[in-house]
Each structure stands twice: as structure tokens, then as C-alpha cells.
Design a protein around this ligand. Structure first.
Ligand code: G6P
Length: 607
């Protein structure tokens, strides 16, 4: 979703801003712009479309050593040059970039219009520029503070004034902002990936805070001008992790990284002596964990599917009632919070508005909410009662892959802890660990055979519709397979329980609608095989992910990809990887923009 970058220092600002925006491209956007201050003026350039189009428009010799930039993902107003940020006041002396949604912009706009201010765009954000102008009395920081006190909604804002060279003012409420501390230069961004090429020292700005930057200083205050002491954090990952490193796409790199990222998610968290897991970040004593009677998982998109797998595991292995639910739905149904329930908010980005707001609602009701997140320092882990970082490293492709398998890993460890505290024996705990530890190697073996999936994708890429079908613990994997395919190839795909097709989806079956089945060697295998036959009998093409040695599947399916045998609980890891690869190669075959699919955003910070 929208990205923000800001710079003040000794260097020309425009190239730094554009490079920063490039690093934020992965979040998803439809237009971009920058404002640079030079010679007492602000030079604003904005353009619909990808960044290279903006770059074409920005003069090489623009000059100016401070400025702000933005990638916009449209919410209010269509995608065009005018609605792109930065927005300026009538005299072009104030420029503003904004992430989030100003809910009371209509009333503010009407009031400003009555006072004679003219609006040029359809955005909610323009109102901020005019408000600052109307309140400006020689000090940008004060004007921004007065402005944000009038705003209702969410914002991450960065503002500049032509008459205050090398000064930037940022403010946050609900949309992330992070400050990068350099040597005699300061940076500001909506996420740290835009900063790491310049500095690893960062300061996370919190809701209700305002920050004023100059090249050599930063000052953080609250909305009543009281200074706040902020701690400097260090980004632990390297620049190479947000670069493609020889891969064609980030998505390819991230799929292939999974055997390593799964290992990282379990590193230091396995207790080989007592056959259990160790998740210190939960901030819960064993005694408290023993009292847990129900686990609820809230999330969106791919993270929800990881949560669904985990809920299944928690019930079967730990015998604790568990359920995964869309955070967006939970929030508005006045959920019942019971004593001895715990909640997990699962989110790669740690910023998804639906998940964050649901978490806040649960906390208001007294719930204990733990986070399972990837981005260190993001809002969900900061506001949760504890949790687990999955340590996948930056995930740049919009379609989530490695975060999914690492979220599952963290939740598998939690299930193991809960099971061992209850009925699971030491012997079984050790066996569970052994099976989990083998997953990375098995994933590597699948990835090595990705050429086979590429051939399948080429063969089926032009089909009109797909069904992805699985059962039990692999049902969410089928949902994830369908989601991946729609997200990046735009091919219509539905995920269902294989049992459910006869209740509706079977009506869709024709020779242009392949069904992709997950066939593990567990108790539900024979049932799934029956469903495959039902599709075959109606002339639907059948693809299958099956376990090596299962010849019967090959007799029914048109095409089979075999995964190595493992314990039945570990199949979600092995089955999802071929689905990720299938979506990836299909998107390539269809010439799609794999890493930045149309209309999608990596981190959806609005409801
Ligand atoms: C967006 C992304 C998805 C992601 C979902 C949840 O829709 O495009 O890939 O699964 O948000 O994101 P989160 O960061 O909370 O895991």
C-alpha cells in the first residue's frame, strides 16, 4: 500500500527519494510523486503508473537537498497524475505526503472551501496541505501539530515548507513511520526497507507522535508539544536481503529460500532434551499456558491460511479447541472474549489494518493477544502481549510465500508446547521435532524439481478456471493454492474442501476447468481419490499433488507431482510449495507482473 520517503541532508534529494520509492514499490502502488525544495521553491513531480514514468519526468539537474516522496495506492479518487501525492497548498509552498484515510475530510474540506481554499484533487489527503497552510504562522512543526489535532482517521504524514529549508515534519496515527538516522543526514519512511541502503539506525515513531527532522537532529514530541525520548533500534538484516540477488523475481527467490527460512523460524526454539518447544516471547509462564482452554487465531489472506492449518493441528495434536477466523469479520461481530482463551494475531507485515484493529478490539475486551509476525518493530508485535517473530527476513513479493511456511512453523512449535504440557509423551514430542526438523530438507528436494512444475504450469496456464481441492489439514493449503494463483496470474481459481465439490463447485467442471487435488497418504486419501474420480467422470482435467509411491493417483490424474513422504502433519509444508511454484510459473507464462500484481498491496493498512 502507499509508501512514504523523506530526506534532508547534504546530497541531492531527488535520486535518494526515487531510490527510496523503488524500495517501497513492493508494497503495491498505482502512481508516484516527489517534492524537492530548491531556491526557495518546491518542485513537485507526480505521475500515474510505475516509477520509471515519474523518473522520466524529473529533471536530472533538479537540485535541492530535502524533499518528500510517495507511492500511492488509490482509495479516494481515481488513479491519475493529479491525485498522486505530494499534495500542495494553493501557493505551492507546503507539500504533504500522506498514508491512511482521513475520515472527516469532507467536513474539513467544506470548511476550508468556505474560507476560500480551492481544492484541485479528489483525495482526502489534499485537505492536510490546506489545513497546514491555514494554520501556518512561521513554524511548520506547530502548524502540523495543530493540523493533526483536527484530523480523524489514520495517517502517516510527512510535510515540508519552501521557507524552511532542510526541515521535515512527520506525524503518525495508525500508519507506520520510521526515522533513519544517518551521518549529518536524516531519512523518513513508511517502512525500514527504504532506509537500509543508507543507515541501519532507526527510530520507530508511535501513534500520537510528531517528529521534526533536520540533517543533524531529530526531535520527537507528542501532540501537546511534550518531548519524548526515543530509543534508536538497529535493523538486523542486510541490504542483499531486499535485493533480487540474481533471481528473476523476488517471489522466485522467496519460494526458493523456504528451506532456510523454515529452519530460521525454529532455530533456538527446539528443546531436544524434553521434546518440546521454547517460545520465550510469548511472555507466558507454563502455569498460564496450562490454563489455556481455547486458542483463537485472527488474520487475513495467506496468514489466515497458516492460522487455519495451525488451528487444525492444535486440536488434533494438543487437543485444545482452536479456530482461525478472518480478523475483518471478528472485529465487527462483537466477539465474546472468554477467560482462559488466548488469541494469536498472525501477520507477515504486522501492519494489516483488519488484523490490527481486530486485535485492539479484543484487547479492549480484556483478551490476551499474541503476535506471530515477520516485520520486527511493526505495530502488531509492539501492541501485543507477547508473541513470536518468524525471522523470515524481508518478504518483498506481494504474494506471500516464505512467511506462510514460517508462520506455520512458529505455530507448530506452539502446538507442540501445548501438547507436551498436556498428554503428549516425551517420545512423541521428540518424534514430532524430528519430523519438523526434516521439513527444510524435504522442501529443498521439492524446490530442486521445480522444472516439473514449470512444465505443468505451461501446459495448464491458459485454462479459464481452476479448482484447488484438499481435505483436513491440507484444506487450507488448497485455499492458499487458489489464492496464490488468482493473486499473481489473475486466473480465476477457487479453493474448496474436496468433499464440498459435490455441493456446488462440481457444476463448474468442464474441459477448461482443471481441478488440482492435494492427496496426502493419510486417512482421508481414499475419500479424496473418490472426489478425483467424480471430476474425471465429468471430463474435468485432474492434477494432483501426491506422495511418492502412490501409483493409483497417477492412474486417475492427468498429471501428478510427487512429494516425498513425511508425517501426515507435515504435508502442508510440502504441498504448499508446489502450489506456490505453480502460481509463479503460470504468471510468468501469462506475462504477468509477478512481484507487483495489479491492484494488490503487500501491506494493507486501510480497512
Ligand atoms: C495482503 C497481501 C497478502 C497478505 C495479506 C495479509 O492482502 O497482499 O499477501 O497475505 O495482506 O497480510 P499480513 O501482512 O497481515 O500477513
Amino acid at each position: 500500500m502507499c509508501g512514504i520517503i523523506g530526506y534532508c541532508g547534504p546530497k541531492p534529494a531527488a535520486p535518494i527519494l526515487i531510490e527510496g520509492l523503488k524500495r517501497l514499490e513492493y508494497r503495491g502502488y498505482d502512481s508516484a510523486g516527489i517534492a524537492v525544495g530548491a531556491d526557495g521553491n518546491l518542485h513537485v513531480h507526480k505521475r500515474e503508473g510505475k516509477l520509471f514514468r515519474l523518473r522520466e519526468r524529473v529533471p536530472e539537474d533538479l537540485g535541492g537537498v530535502w524533499g518528500i516522496g510517495h507511492t500511492r495506492w488509490a482509495t479516494h479518487g481515481e488513479v491519475n497524475d493529479l491525485n498522486a501525492h505530494p499534495h500542495t497548498d494553493a501557493t505551492n509552498t507546503i507539500a504533504v505526503v500522506h498514508n491512511g484515510i482521513i475520515e472527516n475530510f469532507t467536513s474539513l474540506k467544506e470548511k476550508l472551501q468556505e474560507e476560500g481554499y480551492t481544492f484541485r484533487t479528489e483525495t482526502d489527503s489534499e485537505v492536510i496541505a490546506h489545513l497546514i497552510a491555514s494554520l501556518y504562522d512561521g513554524d511548520l512543526e506547530t502548524a502540523v501539530r495543530q493540523t493533526v489535532r483536527l484530523l480523524k482517521g489514520t495517517y502517516g504524514i510527512l510535510a515540508m515548507h519552501a521557507a524552511e529549508p532542510n526541515v521535515l515534519v512527520g506525524a503518525r496515527n495508525g500508519s507506520p513511520l520510521v526515522l533513519g538516522v544517518g551521518n549529518d543526514e536524516m531519512f523518513m519512511a513508511s517502512d525500514a526497507t527504504a532506509l537500509v541502503a543508507h543507515t541501519k539506525q532507526v527510530v520507530y515513531i508511535e501513534d500520537g507522535e510528531l517528529v521534526k527532522l533536520t540533517p543533524k537532529s531529530y526531535k520527537t514530541t507528542d501532540l501537546r508539544s511534550r518531548e519524548i525520548d526515543k530509543k534508536v533500534d538497529f535493523i538486523s538484516w542486510e541490504l542483499e536481503e531486499i535485493e533480487k540477488g540474481g533471481f528473476a523475481h523476488f517471489m522466485e527467490k522467496e519460494i526458493l529460500e523456504q528451506s532456510e527460512s523454515i529452519k530460521r523460524a525454529m532455530q533456538g526454539r527446539l528443546d531436544l532434551e524434553y521434546g518440546t518447544g521454547h517460545l520465550g516471547g510469548l511472555n507466558m509462564a507454563n502455569k498460564e499456558l496450562l490454563e489455556v482452554e481455547r486458542v483463537k487465531i485472527i488474520a487475513a489472506g495467506t496468514s489466515l491460511h497458516a492460522g487455519m492449518v495451525a488451528a487444525y493441528l492444535l486440536e488434533t495434536v494438543a487437543r485444545i479447541p482452536a479456530q482461525a477466523e478472518l480478523a475483518s469479520e471478528l472485529r465487527y461481530r462483537n466477539p465474546v472474549v472468554e477467560r482462559n482463551n488466548i488469541y494469536f494475531a498472525v501477520s507477515q507485515s504486522g501492519e494489516t489494518a483488519d488484523t490490527l484493529y481486530a486485535m485492539r478490539e479484543l484487547k479492549r475486551k480484556g483478551a490476551r493477544v499474541l503476535g506471530i509476525c515477520n516485520v520486527v518493530g511493526s505495530t502488531i508485535p509492539r501492541e501485543s502481549d507477547g508473541g513470536v517473530y518468524i525471522h523470515s527476513g524481508p518478504e518483498i513479493a506481494v504474494a506471500s510465500t516464505k512467511a506462510f511456511t514460517s508462520q506455520m512453523t512458529a505455530l507448530y512449535l506452539f502446538a507442540l508446547i501445548m501438547a507436551r504440557m498436556r498428554h503428549m509423551s516425551l517420545e512423541h514430542g521428540l518424534a514430532f521435532i524430528k519430523d519438523l526438523e526434516q521439513v527444510p530438507d524435504l522442501v529443498a528436494r521439492i524446490v530442486d524439481r521445480r522444472g516439473e512444475i514449470e512444465l505443468l504450469a505451461k501446459k495448464y496456464a491458459h485454462a479459464g478456471n481452476f479448482l484447488f481441492l484438499g481435505r483436513g489439514i491440507n484444506y487450507p493449503v488448497a485455499l492458499e493454492g487458489a489464492l496464490k494463483l488468482k493473486e499473481i496470474s489473475y486466473v480465476h481459481a477457487e479453493g474448496y474442501s474436496a468433499a464440498e465439490i459435490k455441493h456446488g463447485p462440481i457444476a463448474l467442471i468442464n474441459d477448461d476447468t482443471p481441478s488440482f487435488f492435494v492427496v496426502p497418504d493419510n486417512g482421508l486419501r481414499d475419500k479424496v481419490i473418490t472426489n478425483m474420480k467424480e471430476v474425471k467422470a465429468r471430463r474435468g482435467p485432474v492434477l494432483a499433488l501426491a506422495v511418492e509411491g502412490d501409483r493409483e493417483v497417477a492412474k486417475i490424474a492427468d498429471d501428478v507431482f510427487y512429494v516425498p513422504p513425511t508425517h501426515e502433519y507435515m504435508y502442508p509444508f510440502l504441498m504448499v510449495v508446489p502450489f506456490q511454484l505453480f502460481a509463479y510459473y503460470t504468471a510468468i507464462e501469462l506475462g504477468r507482473d509477478v512481484d507487483q500484481p495489479r491492484n494488490l498491496a503487500k501491506s494493507v493498512t486501510v480497512e
